[in-house]
Design a binder for this molecule. Structure first.
Ligand code: ADP
Ligand code: MG
Length: 384
């Protein structure tokens, strides 16, 4: 039997606003516990949330960049659950009317270009954090992260391998940093991925039962966790078992996924519209304004590299993975001449990238300047 994998991703993108989504408290990372916990995050009685305009602007930006529909009327809902790091007893999120719907993102895997549909992106607040370290068995609550603005970006179940899922996640990461709506820092939790994975016999129309791997914070873990999960599900079914819908965690030390909770004890969040917040109405002029401020998008620049320089989709995508790489590459081509664009691409993506990687240097810190690399390319071109 051959199996086909089905993957859908839910990605939490932390927006890089100065203040929180419903209060003026700072979003700065790494402060003393609760230094950035205002009366709103502490949920003191009678306190009301006030929407941060910049969060909306950044959500519109991503929506436009995904070619999505911006819902001009969207609604905030309460997602109710109890947790010590959530003093209100609910998270403010969006259920039926998210700000962004029906977008798409192009990915390249090998020679194949594929479009992945983005179901929705909704605004929500992050929760606080429970702290156990150094507290002698007690638990501390740090509300600094509470109220940090997030966009949860949900894909259709259209990826068919771990490689495609990683390509999608990288494309989204590239886009949100390109747009400057997220700092992209995965170690600090600014970009967190949940992977929904199922398998089905090749040719079968309906999907298999999925398991959701929560909170992956690196592309390598995403790849490893999905690959492990696929094999685990196939082995289970081939041994006569059945996959139960469940939430699982990935353990980087063992490389395995293990169940956290099953569908049976899944939460009933009792969502309802938040009476403290009016529906958000976005006028067309605002959307037009944001559209006017959009930079050239990586997909457009990639298309230009393919059209003007004859680069492959793969090369063009790699060179537009970040603004910094794209700018460096353009500087090399400007100095070496468009006729050498392909050689420039090979050097930037090949030798230079490998050496920078080894030295753990960002391209902005490259000891070889774009002009110097262009000089090398020119000497290669004239057979010196
Ligand atoms: P929930 O809200 O319960 O998490 P959704 O229907 O919103 O469920 O789906 C969440 C994610 O799971 C989406 O990214 C979707 O593409 C993906 N997904 C849904 N069904 C499957 C499946 N059978 N296999 C893999 N992924 C799936
Ligand atoms: Mg989910």
């Amino acid at each position: 039997m051959t199996w086909e994998t089905v993957i859908g991703l839910e990605i939490h993108v932390q927006l890089n606003t100065q203040s929180k989504i419903f209060s003026g408290a700072s979003t700065a990372f790494g402060a003393e516990p609760n230094a950035h916990a205002s009366v709103v995050e502490c949920a003191l009685p009678g306190v009301l949330p006030v929407m941060n305009r910049e969060v909306v602007a950044k959500a519109i930006k991503l929506g436009l960049a995904l070619g999505a529909k911006i819902n001009q009327k969207n609604v905030f809902d309460r997602k109710n659950y109890f947790y010590p790091d959530l003093p209100k007893g609910y998270q403010i999120s969006q259920l039926d009317l998210p700000i962004v719907a029906e977008g798409r993102l192009e990915i390249v895997v090998g020679d194949e270009v594929k479009t992945i549909n983005v179901t929705r992106a909704h605004m929500e607040e992050d929760a606080g954090k429970s702290v156990h370290e150094g507290l002698n068995g007690a638990t501390g609550i740090d509300l600094n992260r509470a109220g940090t603005p997030l966009l949860e970006v949900v894909s259709e179940p259209e990826m068919r391998s771990a490689a495609e899922a990683v390509a999608y996640a990288k494309a989204l990461h590239g886009l949100v940093t390109w747009l400057d709506i997220c700092d992209g820092n995965m170690a600090e939790g600014s970009f967190r991925m949940d992977a929904n994975v199922s398998v089905r016999p090749k040719g079968q129309a309906e999907f298999g039962t999925r398991r959701e791997i929560k909170n992956l914070n690196s592309f390598r873990f995403l790849q490893q966790a999905i690959d492990y999960e696929i094999q685990w599900q196939i082995d289970l079914i081939e041994d006569g078992g059945k996959v139960q819908q469940a939430t699982v965690l990935f353990d980087p030390d063992t490389g395995e996924t293990r169940a956290m909770r099953s569908k049976e004890d899944a939460h009933d969040y009792r969502y309802f519209p938040d009476p403290d917040l009016l529906p958000l109405v976005i006028d067309s002029a605002w959307i037009a304004r944001v559209k006017g401020e959009l930079p050239e998008l990586p997909a457009a620049l990639s298309g230009r590299f393919q059209g003007e320089y004859g680069l492959s989709a793969y090369d063009a995508t790699t060179l537009t993975a970040s603004r910094e790489v794209a700018e460096y590459y353009q500087a090399v081509v400007a100095a070496a001449g468009a006729a050498n664009a392909k050689t420039c691409a090979n050097w930037v993506m090949g030798e230079l990238a490998a050496r920078l990687n080894k030295a753990e240097l960002d391209i902005t810190a490259s000891p070889v300047s774009a002009a110097q690399l262009a000089g090398l390319v020119a000497r290669i071109a004239d057979n010196t």
